[in-house]
Write a protein that binds this ligand. Structure first.
Ligand SMILES: *[C@@H]1O[C@H](CO)[C@@H](O)[C@H](O)[C@H]1NC(C)=O
Ligand SMILES: *[C@@H]1O[C@H](CO)[C@@H](O)[C@H](O)[C@H]1NC(C)=O
Ligand SMILES: *[C@@H]1O[C@H](CO)[C@@H](O)[C@H](O)[C@H]1NC(C)=O
Ligand SMILES: *[C@@H]1O[C@H](CO)[C@@H](O)[C@H](O)[C@H]1NC(C)=O
Ligand SMILES: *[C@@H]1O[C@H](CO)[C@@H](O)[C@H](O)[C@H]1NC(C)=O
Ligand SMILES: *[C@@H]1O[C@H](CO)[C@@H](O)[C@H](O)[C@H]1NC(C)=O
Length: 390
């Protein structure tokens, strides 16, 4: 019986590592979708609830209508309670054929998936694009990415334009942007900062159809959603390896925290260093800052992982573990937390927005646990005493 419980526990506690998955944060819940553990691509959605101490992704697994990898996900809908899973490789779970549907939407209230009908011309399926939700108009700005054989297209083409999905009106939006057109890229990041500006960092593209080229990490591309205009900034400051397959989140102080990624050296997928860097965007010129951070509780160096920010805590999970000497050496299934105030990796985090009831229940739980543990200790001590004197 004990063995069975033990096995069940292990089954529930350990999740497979995933790479090439995508994520979206709604309230205190971080949803992840798709990805691969190496051999198989997943057709599942999992979530991590931050109002539960040490919650586990795998505890909340529900199916997605398709196998999904290298897609991008965004929140959306009139109440921002929907997740839109966009592009990437989506394969029918029965036939394994590439799906004709470009967008699936998950209703986090009712817990069901739909293939929403979207008016306008359906764009080409791209992989490794970024998506940014603009709360001002409900539009999802999908930038860059590439078409490849795996996305049902004969040639590999990288893109430098937007596909815009109106997540409220459910239509594809065409806009003409002003400013100099940006360079093509995939596996970059896009972060919405103050004043409706999207900041794009890193990524890679292909030159002459054969050579991968990494985007200059100091050339910061920006898009002003209010003016519909491309803009540029040259970042100064600390030396930072160029990278793709990294993550970026907006910290409460208005700056961008970048984690992980790979660079292109003699080998294509070496670890990009430093692992954690900050792009200060609250001052002009933008500035790279490589803080020194205690290694306690720190994640391994990762690429194609996920990241999100809950209040002042950055969450990192999944991804491939990168190396200084070789292509990635394995995958990660753990969750790591970074305190953006103290600049330290921490063990646990309870959002302030979690209701005081939940917080008090948990505090009571911890106190009861301590009382029980102390009780056990005292009673064993008493027993010990008794035994000795007898
Ligand atoms: C899957 O693709 C194959 C090859 O293109 C085709 O013959 C088959 O009918 C497709 N199956 C479904 C269910 O669409
Ligand atoms: C999702 O669930 C809600 C509530 O149960 C239901 O009204 C709605 O029709 C469902 N949508 C789909 C596409 O199944
Ligand atoms: C891709 O290539 C195949 C074989 O060369 C051809 O039959 C097909 O029409 C091409 N598809 C597209 C979208 O160009
Ligand atoms: C964008 O520009 C093209 C060419 O000038 C024009 O035909 C099209 O109507 C414009 N689209 C929008 C949404 O303004
Ligand atoms: C790259 O590939 C495209 C499509 O296959 C082709 O049209 C183009 O000429 C190629 N470019 C070079 C520089 O080989
Ligand atoms: C993750 O890394 C391993 C080891 O390098 C590699 O075999 C695997 O293909 C990687 N996964 C993905 C999805 O890139």
């Amino acid at each position: 019986m004990l063995l069975l419980i033990l096995i069940l526990n292990i089954y529930f506690l350990v999740t497979d590592g995933r790479v090439g998955l995508t994520s979206a944060l709604i309230g205190p819940k971080l949803y992840v979708m798709g990805g691969t553990e190496g051999k198989y691509v997943y057709a599942s959605l999992l979530y991590y609830d931050f109002t539960v101490l040490f919650d586990n992704f795998a505890k909340h697994a529900t199916p997605i209508p398709v196998y999904s990898i290298w897609g991008t996900a965004s929140i959306g809908g009139p109440d921002r309670t929907k997740i839109f899973l966009i592009g990437g490789i989506m394969a029918d779970t029965k036939s394994g054929n590439l799906s004709n549907t470009l967008v699936y939407s998950y209703d986090t209230i009712n817990g069901n998936w739909t293939a929403p009908e979207i008016s306008g011309n359906q764009p080409l399926r791209r992989r490794e694009a970024s998506s940014t939700f603009n709360p001002d108009n409900g539009w999802i700005y999908i930038f860059g990415g590439a078409t490849t054989k795996s996305t049902g297209f004969n040639s590999t083409i990288f893109y430098n334009d937007f596909i815009i999905l109106d997540s409220i009106g459910l239509s594809w939006i065409n806009i003409n942007s002003s400013g100099d057109a940006p360079s093509r890229r995939a596996s970059h990041t896009a972060t919405l900062i103050e004043n409706g500006i999207i900041v794009f960092i890193g990524g890679y593209d292909l030159v002459d159809n054969t050579t991968f080229r990494i985007v200059d990490i100091n050339q910061i591309l920006m898009y002003d959603t209010k003016l519909g205009k491309w803009e540029y900034q040259f970042a100064v400051g600390d030396n930072v390896d160029p990278r793709y397959g990294h993550t970026s989140v907006l910290a409460p102080d208005g700056n961008i925290i970048v984690y992980g990624g790979k660079k292109i050296g003699d080998l294509i997928g070496l670890r990009a260093k430093p692992d954690l860097v900050v792009l200060k965007v609250t001052t002009i010129p933008f500035q790279w800052f490589a803080p020194s951070i205690p290694t306690e509780n720190a994640p391994p160096p990762l690429t194609y992982h996920i990241a999100a920010i809950i209040e002042n805590c950055m969450v990192i999970s999944y991804g491939n573990i990168t190396s200084d000497f070789s292509e990635p050496i394995g995958s990660n299934s753990e969750v790591y937390l970074f305190d953006t105030n103290s600049y330290k990796w921490i063990k646990e985090y309870m959002p302030h927005s979690a209701s005081t009831i939940i917080r008090s229940i948990q505090i009571i739980g911890i106190i009861m646990y301590i009382v029980a543990a102390v009780g056990l200790l005292v009673s064993s001590f008493l027993k010990f005493k008794k035994y000795k004197t007898q």
